[in-house]
Design a binder for this molecule. Structure first.
Ligand code: KIV
Ligand code: ZN
Length: 514
């Protein structure tokens, strides 16, 4: 008999907490729609009490999406649980996920509560959550550094109060596969009523063991794994969804009798979409979705793969929806062909956004002979401005060289009004950024500037990523264009729009506490 392992995606909650990965409402909706196509069982859409922005995102996603369970995170205080319930009101299937720390380290230094008080909180919060929905998950934060017998008590109280899923987080990425499997086995054995509950695991990657720990826990009986696309998340990240799924799919002999509801063909699009939305690219050698994950460099390997792929290939790029770098469209392709290709790539652009993307595609097709899937993904990501954007790059002209001082003339729309200025700098990028900082009246620090070619070829588009910081807030901006200087200007404006958005997003006074 086969048993299902539920995939609980927390890209929009724990993932969004990683530096530079914050997303606005529109971006979260785009990612949520892709998670639905990917077939995840649960989408943790945010932490509604943390900010008005988080609340709105959970509410909008709950209103729109049908299929996956929609989950909102809450600490144990009544106001947290109530806010999560409010945000999930229109969900087809709503889950409230409440948590509190159970390790003595957290009780003593963070919560300043006794073990007894924490137990009371668990019972109260889960019972309250049950008044809103039948689907309640309880997490014992820092479970892997908690006393085992106390954990049994905490989970027993949660189940008695009506939780149906209990989660055992390795919050600080401290455990090891054997130890974690042993803990899961112990809890399933000791917690009364464990046969009626789903045991869930949630791992952080501080020691690079998040996927290994999650798989070991599945082997020990866990039937829900919490993970994120590209493994994004606090510090070193969370369990990577694509690695977990492909390990189970590629080794049915090891994970026999276990099934997943994931549509693996959507893995690559999900990874690419998240990278373009956040501006955070995965490392080239990242398993499954990195640029080199299927590239065979050594001659002896190439020879083997040509003779029989099985010699060095344990899975195919096609199994994760990773098409070869094919030529897709040319300058004679019309609207219809362009829309069909967007659908095939799982990309969505409607109305003005579609028109902007189509125009960019036509301009690019005039300038460049071959248009690849990667070009189209980059164009769509770049054409999606949001109504929340204050600034838009209108024109940029640059003079530079070894016999002239770099000078940039830049025009921006600022709150809809056109403004221009001229600035000089040490180099052309410096001149452009100075002009933009002047027009937007901002003074952030530039932390990192990166350029990469979207595809091969001398006529490839350049994708620029800039990381800037202002008053301790770090954001990443992205821009794509066949002219790298224009891409630089777009990336900088994109980053400044994100800073503006953060300034307006109302944060609660309390820290998130996780
Ligand atoms: O890492 C953690 O403990 C968490 C919990 C809220 C599940 O993210
Ligand atoms: Zn976490």
């Amino acid at each position: 008999m086969s048993e299902t392992v539920r995939v609980f995606d927390t890209t929009l909650r724990d993932g969004e907490q990683s530096p530079g990965c914050s997303m606005n409402l529109k971006e979260k909706l785009t990612v949520a729609r892709q998670l639905q196509r990917l077939g995840v069982d649960v989408i943790e859409a945010g932490f509604p009490i943390a900010s008005q922005g988080d609340f709105e995102a959970v509410r909008k996603i709950a209103q729109e999406l049908r299929g996956p369970i929609l989950c909102g995170l809450a600490r144990t205080p009544a106001a947290d649980v109530e806010r999560a319930a409010e945000a999930l009101e229109s969900a087809e299937k709503a889950r409230i996920h409440t948590f509190i720390a159970t390790s003595d380290i957290h009780l003593e230094h963070k919560l300043r509560m006794s073990r007894g008080q924490v137990i009371d909180e668990i019972g109260r919060a889960v019972s309250q959550a049950r008044t809103y929905t039948e689907d309640v998950e309880f997490s014992a934060e820092d479970a892997t550094r908690s006393d085992r017998e106390y954990l049994v008590q905490a989970f027993s109280v949660a189940l008695e109060a009506g939780a149906s899923t209990v989660n055992v987080p390795d919050t600080v990425g401290y455990t090891t596969p054997g130890e974690y499997a042993d803990l899961i086995r112990y809890l399933i054995d000791q917690v009364p009523g464990s046969d009626k509950a789903v045991f869930s695991v949630h791992c952080h990657n501080d020691l690079g063991l998040a996927v290994a720990n999650s798989l070991a826990a599945v082997g020990a009986g866990a039937r829900q794994v919490e993970c994120t696309v590209n493994g994004i998340g606090e510090r070193a990240g969370n369990t990577s969804l694509e690695e977990l799924v492909m390990a189970i799919n590629t080794r049915p002999d090891v994970y026999s009798g276990l099934t997943l509801g994931i549509n693996a063909q959507e893995i690559y699009s999900s990874s690419r979409l998240l990278s373009s939305v956040t501006g955070v690219q995965v490392q080239p050698n990242k398993a499954i979705v990195g640029d080199n994950a299927f590239a065979h460099e050594a001659g002896i390997h190439q020879d083997g793969v040509l003779k029989a792929p099985i010699t060095y290939e344990i899975m195919t790029p096609a199994s994760i929806g990773r098409a070869s770098n094919e030529l897709v469209l040319g300058k004679h392709s019309g609207r219809h062909a362009f829309r069909d290709r967007l659908d095939e790539l799982g990309l969505h652009a409607e109305g003005d956004e579609f028109e902007r993307a189509f125009k960019r595609f036509k301009d690019l097709a005039d300038a460049k002979k071959v248009i690849y899937n990667e070009d189209i993904e980059a164009i769509v990501a770049d054409s999606s401005t949001t109504t929340e954007d204050r600034f838009e790059l209108l024109e940029l002209t640059i003079t530079s060289g070894n016999a002239t001082a770099p000078k940039a003339t830049v025009s921006l729309a600022v709150d809809g009004d056109g403004k221009s200025t001229v600035a000089s700098g040490v180099g052309p990028v410096d001149a452009i950024f100075r002009a933009i900082a002047d027009l937007t009246e901002t003074s952030s620090d530039l932390i990192r500037y990166q350029v990469h070619a979207v595809t091969a070829g001398l006529d490839a588009q350049g994708e620029v990523t800039v990381t800037i910081e202002e008053a301790g807030r770090r954001v990443i901006g992205n821009g794509v264009h066949e002219d790298v200087m224009v891409a630089s200007g777009k990336a900088y404006v994109n980053a400044i729009n994100k800073l503006e958005w953060h300034r307006r997003r109302h944060e609660v006074d309390e820290p998130r506490g996780i």
